[in-house]
Design a protein around this ligand. Structure first.
Ligand code: 3PG
Length: 210
């Protein structure tokens, strides 16, 4: 599973964390992100439209990775497997989810905020984690500190990261990619301003030199 997580996280250093409020938005919103250079989409299960959007985007945007976020139990993990998700992101860990991820064809990026949670996943073979909620869990200094005891672990921090701080995170050796909702500004989505969404993605990537 490790190489697959690496492949997908190296596909694009920025992972938009997308919550679909209106099912009609899923395709144009994600297409706008892809037009702006985004290659990986995390669709959360925070609304009832998440699951349907994953299935729809797998059909309509076959050129990018489509994964599921905010998966908090095994039942949801199974549902997103069925919907065609190509990866799963969780905000935290349970033994059951970690166990399910090991046996699944759809790789898991488990969320951790502490060394203890990391160790639970590490002991089961996980080496790539989401660091969440990144800013309140210690941000860049915390990731630097975790590199000491866990030199072979890589992170995708999310939670409170902004366009202005993405680069500082990505400059860390143990950060593969960063995620966040700043790539889908709520007001622009509400107004269906897809060119603006493409522009934010393009400019965010350009600022990283990608
Ligand atoms: C997540 O689940 O990764 C976060 O909600 C995204 O964080 P942000 O909204 O602070 O960018």
């Amino acid at each position: 599973y490790r190489s697959r997580i690496h492949d997908l996280m190296s596909a694009s250093p920025l992972i938009p964390v997308i919550t679909i409020e209106n099912p009609d938005d899923a395709f144009p919103l994600c297409k706008a992100l892809v037009a702006g250079g985004i290659r990986i989409l995390e669709i959360t299960l925070r609304t009832e439209h998440g699951l349907g959007a994953i299935a729809q985007l797998r059909e309509t945007l076959p050129e990018v990775w489509v994964g599921a976020g905010t998966v908090t139990n095994v039942q949801q993990y199974r549902a997103v497997e069925q919907a065609g998700a190509q990866f799963v992101v969780t905000p935290g860990v349970t033994e059951a989810i970690l166990q399910h991820g090991l046996g699944s064809d759809v790789p898991l990026v488990p969320g951790i905020a502490t060394a203890s949670e990391l160790m639970l996943g590490y002991a089961m073979g996980y080496r790539d984690f989401k660091f969440f909620p990144a800013e309140v869990a210690g941000g860049i200094p915390a990731l630097k500190a975790l590199a000491g005891p866990f030199p072979d672990v890589q992170f995708c921090p999310t939670g409170g990261i902004r366009r202005e701080t993405a680069r500082q995170y990505l400059d860390l050796d143990n950060v593969l990619a960063v995620g966040g909702s700043w790539l889908t500004p709520r007001e622009a989505v509400r107004q269906r301003d897809w060119p603006l969404i493409s522009g934010v993605a393009r400019d965010s990537l350009a600022e990283l030199g990608r």
